[in-house]
Design a protein around this ligand. Sequence first.
Ligand code: F6R
Length: 355
Amino acid sequence: MNAIDLDDLKAIKKIDEDGMLKTIEDFPLQCREAVDLACGLSFDIPSDMRSVVVLGMGGSGIGGDIAKVLLEDELRIPFLVNKGYLLPRFVDDKTLCFAVSYSGNTEETLSGFDQAVERGCPVISITTGGLLENKAEERSLPIVKIPKGLQPRAALGYLSLPILVVLERMALIGDKGQGIQETLAILDERAKNFSPHKPLNQNEAKILATRLCGKVPVIYGSDGPTSVAALRWKCQFNENSKVPAFWNVFPELNHNETVGWELLGDITDHFLLLLLRDAEESERVKKRVEITRSLIEGRFGGASEVWSGGKSRLARTFSLIYLGDFVSFYLAALNGVNPSPVERISVLKRRLSEE
Ligand code: F6R
């Protein structure tokens, strides 16, 4: 198969049958709407919460991972993202729960919701509808009702920002207004820079996708914004571009994975190393990344570094995530696959629901 020309808008449109590109381009707008929706939510929850738990899977659960990373330098109570059926024992009526499910029908999230309600937690749901909406409505619990019609992973603004806004409104964290404004400005600028109208030789997203074509991405971040961005890049390569991808974080990867690049060079030659970098990473991490790159780069079929933009944690996280969304989209186009459907996830959920 001959890969398409990424500057050929007609060819891109033909592959992108369900309009993923438009959703990615509209992401700054989505973030604005998400903030407004959460500002308008009415809820009455005491502010003496002792922990926060986000229930969510996949494209919805990562909303919790993002919030966790954004808040870890200021939130004074533990924050857990629960990705499974069972809630840990510590969760009780002093745990603020967010149940996040785009469809509202994800069984792990629904199971967590039931347990949270049983234990008397205040629960805020973020969803388009489904069983989660029904369950929350039955108990008159607050719901951030978000628009239908997107792939969950394409609704990241709706699924992450309301968590921040609610915690800010409860005075559990400080004012996020400035960070949000900075982030929106950066996203607007990036939407132009990574747009399909920007030719390949001036478009970082198209250039990276071209480098990745035919390769398995291995994405390394480090503690903080680049860790969750690395996870997001991996998931977007899986779901949009339909390729395997792997991620890990410094410093932990230095204690195991670094050694794993010693043998099997004829296989690892088909892998491409992507290092997600952040101006705020510590001197020790910087040094680790540099030494590690020099040790393992030769085992890969190429390596690239990508830097976050902006000052606030929010801007640095979202700037990287946004680039990854475009790269995964262009890689889908180069692979000749429609980025939107996730057939295997749908089949799996269907089969699981059979008696
Ligand atoms: C699909 C996607 C998936 C879903 C996951 C949970 O775009 O990203 O990872 O997010 O299967 O489903 P929801 O989000 O409906 O709870």
